[in-house]
Design a protein around this ligand. Structure first.
Ligand SMILES: Cc1ncc(COP(=O)(O)O)c(C=O)c1O
Length: 324
C-alpha cells in the first residue's frame, strides 16, 4: 500500500462482500487520533442543539466531546449483545434524531460485541430512519476470541460513518486514526477537521504506514491477541476468586477492559479513593453513563504493565469493599 488512506480503505474493502461497493481512498480522512474525529462528527451531523443517540454505558470521551459540541444526548441501554433494539427504534421515532454513536466491537467500557443479527437490525433501522450510524471501531485490533467485522463493510449506501484508530494498536507515540465517510458528509467533515487541525503530519503517516505494511504487523496482532487473552483470564479469575460481591455479566470477547458490577449500596467515589490509597487505580463506572448510571460499576483495565499483580489487586479491592 502506498499511502495510509489507501491502507485504511483496504482494511474495509478486504472484509466487504463482493456484491457491495467498498469504500475507496477518496472516502478516507486521516485524523490525529479519533478523539478529534468524534467532536467533528457530532458537530457535522447532529450540530449544536441537535440530538445524538448514544449507547449507555459508552466511552466517556465521546460523552465529553458531545457535551462540548452542545448536542443533546439520548441514552440507549446497551448490553452484552448490543443496544436494546426496541429502545433504539423508539428513540429514533420519539426524537427525530439523525445519528447514533456506537461501538459494535469490544466496546469501551463493557467489551461487548454485537451479534450479527443485532448489527444487521441496527443497520436496517438506521437506513429506515434516514440516519447515520457512527461506528467507532477503536478496538478493531483487540479481538481475543472473535474477530471484528465492521458494520461499515455491510453498508454501501453511506449510512455508516466509520472510525478506526491506530493509537493503541500501533503506538500511543503514533497518534493516527481515520474516518471513512461517503457522499456530501465527507466534504462537510473535512472542512470542519481542517478548521481545527489542518492535516496530519506526513512523517507520522509514513511511520504508521511502515508499521502496518511491515512484515511484523500480523505477527504483532497475533501476539497481542494471545497476551490479551492471558491477561483477561487472569483478571477474571482474580476477581471471581477474591471479590465475591462483584458480578461479571460476560467475559469480553475482546477489548482492554473488564466491566464489573458491584452491589447498589457501594459508595463508588469512596471505593475509588480507598483503593487508590492502597496503590490500586480503578475507574468508577459512573463516567461511562451519559445520564443516570444503571448501577454501581468498575472498569478494570487489563492492558496495564503488571498482570502478575492482578491477584493482589483483587485482594486489595475486596478489602476496600468490605471496609465500606
Ligand atoms: C471508544 C473509544 N473511541 C475513541 C477513543 C480515542 O482514541 P484515539 O486515541 O484514537 O483518539 C478511545 C480512547 O480510549 C476510545 O476508547
Amino acid at each position: 500500500m502506498t499511502n495510509l488512506r489507501s491502507w485504511f480503505a483496504s482494511e474495509l474493502t478486504s472484509q466487504t462482500p463482493p456484491h457491495l461497493t467498498a469504500p475507496t481512498t477518496h472516502d478516507v480522512i486521516v485524523l490525529p487520533g479519533s478523539q478529534l474525529g468524534l467532536g467533528s462528527l457530532f458537530r457535522s451531523i447532529a450540530g449544536p442543539g441537535g440530538t445524538l443517540l448514544i449507547e449507555s454505558p459508552t466511552y466517556w470521551g465521546a460523552i465529553i466531546a458531545a457535551r462540548q459540541v452542545g448536542v443533546r444526548l439520548v441514552p440507549v441501554p446497551t448490553g452484552t449483545d448490543g443496544p436494546d433494539l426496541v429502545a433504539l427504534d423508539r428513540a429514533f421515532n420519539d426524537t427525530g434524531a439523525n445519528v447514533f454513536y456506537a461501538q459494535p466491537n469490544y466496546a469501551n467500557p463493557t467489551g461487548a460485541q454485537w451479534s450479527p443479527s443485532t448489527s444487521a437490525r441496527v443497520l436496517e433501522m438506521v437506513r429506515d430512519h434516514r440516519a447515520f450510524l457512527i461506528e467507532d471501531d477503536w478496538a478493531h485490533d483487540f479481538g481475543i476470541t472473535t474477530d471484528a467485522t465492521p458494520i461499515a463493510t455491510r453498508d454501501d449506501s453511506g449510512h455508516v460513518i466509520y472510525l478506526r484508530s491506530l493509537t493503541k494498536s500501533v503506538s500511543p507515540a503514533i497518534r493516527v486514526a481515520a474516518v471513512i465517510a461517503r457522499g456530501p458528509l465527507r466534504r462537510r467533515l473535512l472542512a470542519d477537521l481542517q478548521a481545527q487541525s489542518m492535516y496530519v503530519s506526513a512523517l507520522l503517516q509514513a511511520a504508521a504506514l511502515e508499521v502496518v505494511n511491515g512484515p511484523g504487523w500480523q505477527n504483532h496482532r497475533r501476539t497481542l491477541r494471545k497476551k490479551l487473552r492471558t491477561r483477561r483470564d487472569l483478571l477474571v479469575n482474580a476477581i471471581t476468586t477474591h471479590v465475591p460481591d462483584a458480578t461479571i455479566a460476560a467475559v469480553p470477547p475482546g477489548g482492554l477492559n473488564l466491566w464489573v458490577r458491584l452491589p447498589d449500596e457501594v459508595d463508588l467515589d469512596r471505593l475509588v479513593k480507598d483503593t487508590e490509597s492502597k496503590g490500586l487505580i480503578v475507574a468508577g463506572g459512573d463516567e461511562w453513563f451519559p445520564a443516570e448510571p444503571a448501577g454501581r460499576y468498575l472498569r478494570l483495565n487489563f492492558a496495564g504493565p503488571e498482570p502478575a499483580a492482578y491477584e493482589q489487586a483483587a485482594v486489595l479491592l475486596n478489602e476496600a469493599l468490605t471496609q465500606q
